[in-house]
Ligand binder design. Structure first.
Ligand code: NAP
Ligand code: MG
Length: 484
C-alpha cells in the first residue's frame, strides 16, 4: 500500500478537509502508486491563503539578512538530500536519475543567485527640484502570492519562484502539478526543517480547477507566478485581472534550431539530439524543429539519426538509460496522437514513432525517439507544441526562408542558429522572435544570472530569474522628505 501524504498549511501537515485523495502513478510502471495525496478543496486553499496573510505581518518586516539565513539552511538540506530527492523526482516524472540530479543542482544555483539578489534589492535616490527635499524609492513586498508549478521541472521551477518571492518579504501558497506532488513535498520539507515561521510557505495539493482556481480568484492574492500551458496561462490572466493580481506566465515553446551550410554540422546534430530528447522532449526549451538548408539536409539528417539511434530508452532509475518515459498516460496519448497526425499530414517518419511495449517497458509510458523529415512549415506537427521526444525536420532554400519559418509560429520561447557567418548570426539574433536565443549552442541553454522567459504566446509579465526574478515580486514606494 502506498504511503498517504498531507498538505502543509500554517506549519502543520494536514489532510484535505473533506478527506478526498488522489494517486500519483510512476510513469515507468503505471501499476505502481508512488503516493496518495490530498485532493484538496477550495476551503483548504483558502485556509492556506489566510495563514499566509497572517504570516505576512511579521515576515514582511523581518530583516532580509535573517530571511537569507533561513534560505541558507534550505540550501544545506538540498545539498545533503540531493540523492534522495532525485529518486523521487525520477519515480514521479520519469526523467533519468542523472537528469533529476541536474535539475536539483540547477535549483541550488538559481536559488543561491536569487537569495543574493534579495540582499541587494535596491531602490533609487534622485535629486529633486525643491530645495531641502530628498527623494528616494524603496522596494516593498506585495503580500500573499500564488506559486503554481508544472510537472516537467517540479523541483527547479518552485525554487525559481518561491525564493525571490519569500526573499522579497512575501508569503506564499504553493500548488505542485498533480503529476508530481512528491517532489513538491520534498521541496517544502526543506523549509520545514529550516524552521521557517508558520504560514510563510504553504503547500496544497489537488486539481487546478479547485485549489488552482482559489489561488487565482481569492482577493488576498497579490501576484501569481505560473509555469505551464498556454490554455491555463490565459485563463489565469483573465481571472487575475478581476482581483488586480499581477501575473508572471511562463508557457510553451516550439523551439527551432536553424542549421546553415557554413555551420558545424556535427555540433548542430549533437545539440539537436540533446535538446530534442533530454527529459523525453519535455523541456519547455526542448528543440522541436530543425530548419535546415536544402544543400546539407541529407548529410545533416544522417548525422542526426546516427546519434538519435544511440539513445537507450528505459526506466530512469536504471543507470544505462539515457531517456526515460514521458510523464503519464495523458502525455503518452497526446504525443502518440501528434505522431499519428504527422503521419497523416504526409510527413515522413524516418525514426521511431511507436510506443515501446517490450519487456520492462510495457507497463510504462515509453516512446521511441522520433524523427519526422519532409515536414512542411504549416503542418500541425510544425506548429503545435508536442512536448515529447518528437523532432520535425523542415527543409528551406536559404537563410531568409529559415528565419521566416522559425518565426512563423505562435510561440516565442527559445531559438538557435548554427553558422560561422557573423552577419547571418547577428541578423538572426536581431530577427528571431523569442525571449531566449543562441548561436552555436542548444536551445535549452540558460544561466541563473540572466532573465528567463518567452515572448509571443510563450510568456507574459515580468519574466523569471536573473534581475527580474525578484522584481516581479516587489512594488516601488517613493518617499519625498523635506529636511530644511
Ligand atoms: P498545465 O496543465 O498548464 O499545468 C500547470 C499547472 O497549472 C499545474 O500545477 C496545474 O495543476 C495547474 N492548473 C491547471 N488548471 C488550472 C487552473 N484552472 N487554475 C490554476 N491552476 C491550474 O501545464 P503542464 O501540463 O503541467 O505543463 C506543461 C506545459 O508547461 C508545457 O506547455 C510546457 O511548455 C510548459 N512549461 C513552460 C516552461 C517555461 O518556463 N516557459 C517551463 C516548463 C514547462 P494540475 O496539475 O492539478 O492540473
Ligand atoms: Mg495539464
Amino acid at each position: 500500500m502506498a504511503k498517504e501524504f498531507k498538505n502543509y498549511i500554517n506549519g502543520r501537515w494536514t489532510a484535505s478537509s473533506d478527506g478526498q485523495t488522489f494517486e500519483q502513478l510512476n510513469p515507468a510502471n503505471l501499476e505502481e502508486v508512488t503516493g496518495i495525496w490530498p485532493a484538496s478543496t477550495h476551503a483548504d486553499a483558502r485556509t492556506a491563503i489566510e495563514a499566509a496573510a497572517k504570516a505576512y505581518e511579521s515576515w514582511s518586516v523581518m530583516s532580509v539578512y535573517k530571511r537569507a539565513e533561513y534560505f541558507k539552511k534550505v540550501l544545506e538540506g538540498m545539498k545533503k538530500r540531493k540523492g534522495e530527492f532525485a529518486q523521487i523526482l525520477t519515480m514521479e516524472n520519469g526523467k533519468t536519475l542523472k537528469e533529476s540530479e541536474a535539475e536539483i543542482n540547477s535549483a541550488i544555483k538559481e536559488m543561491e543567485f536569487q537569495i543574493n539578489e534579495g540582499l541587494r534589492l535596491k531602490g533609487q535616490t534622485m535629486p529633486t527640484s525643491i530645495e531641502g527635499v530628498l527623494a528616494y524609492s524603496l522596494r516593498r513586498p506585495l503580500g500573499v502570492v500564488s506559486i503554481i508549478s508544472p510537472w516537467n521541472f517540479p523541483f527547479n521551477v518552485p525554487g525559481r519562484k518561491v525564493t525571490p518571492a519569500l526573499m522579497a518579504g512575501n508569503t506564499c501558497v504553493f500548488k505542485p502539478a498533480s503529476l508530481t506532488p512528491g517532489t513538491g513535498q520534498k521541496f517544502v520539507e526543506l523549509f520545514v526543517d529550516a524552521d521557517f515561521p508558520h504560514g510563510v510557505i504553504n503547500f496544497v495539493t489537488g486539481s487546478g480547477s479547485t485549489v488552482g482556481q482559489e489561488m487565482i480568484t481569492n482577493p488576498a492574492i497579490k501576484a501569481i507566478s505560473f509555469t505551464g500551458s498556454i490554455a491555463v496561462g490565459r485563463k489565469i490572466n483573465q481571472k487575475a485581472s478581476e482581483i488586480m493580481a499581477r501575473t508572471q506566465l511562463e508557457m510553451g515553446g516550439k523551439n527551432p534550431i536553424v542549421v546553415l551550410e557554413d555551420g558545424d554540422l556535427d555540433a548542430a546534430a549533437g545539440a539537436s539530439v540533446t535538446a530534442a530528447y533530454a527529459c523525453a522532449g519535455q523541456w519547455c526549451t526542448s528543440t522541436s524543429r530543425v530548419i535546415v538548408t536544402r544543400k546539407i539536409k541529407d548529410k545533416f539528417i544522417e548525422r542526426l539519426i546516427e546519434r538519435a539511434k544511440k539513445i537507450v530508452v528505459g526506466n530512469g532509475l536504471d543507470e544505462k538509460t539515457t531517456m526515460g518515459p514521458v510523464c503519464g498516460k495523458a502525455q503518452l496519448e497526446s504525443i502518440m496522437n501528434c505522431i499519428d497526425i504527422g503521419t497523416k499530414e504526409g510527413a515522413k517518419l524516418t525514426l521511431g514513432g511507436k510506443r515501446i511495449m517490450s519487456d520492462g517497458c510495457d507497463k510504462g509510458c515509453f516512446i521511441e525517439p522520433t524523427v519526422f523529415t519532409d515536414v512542411k512549415a504549416d503542418m500541425r506537427i510544425a506548429q503545435e507544441e508536442i512536448f515529447g521526444p518528437v523532432l520535425s525536420i523542415i527543409e528551406v532554400s536559404d537563410f531568409e526562408e529559415a528565419v521566416e519559418v522559425a518565426n512563423n509560429v505562435e510561440f516565442g520561447l527559445s531559438s538557435s542558429i548554427y553558422t560561422r557567418n557573423l552577419q547571418k548570426a547577428f541578423t538572426f539574433l536581431e530577427q528571431t522572435e523569442t525571449g531566449l536565443t543562441h548561436v552555436n549552442l542548444m536551445t535549452a541553454l540558460k544561466e541563473p544570472q540572466l532573465t528567463f522567459g518567452g515572448i509571443k504566446e510563450s510568456g507574459f509579465g515580468i519574466p523569471e530569474a536573473g534581475k527580474t526574478g525578484i522584481e516581479f515580486f516587489t512594488d516601488h514606494k517613493v518617499a519625498y522628505v523635506k529636511y530644511r
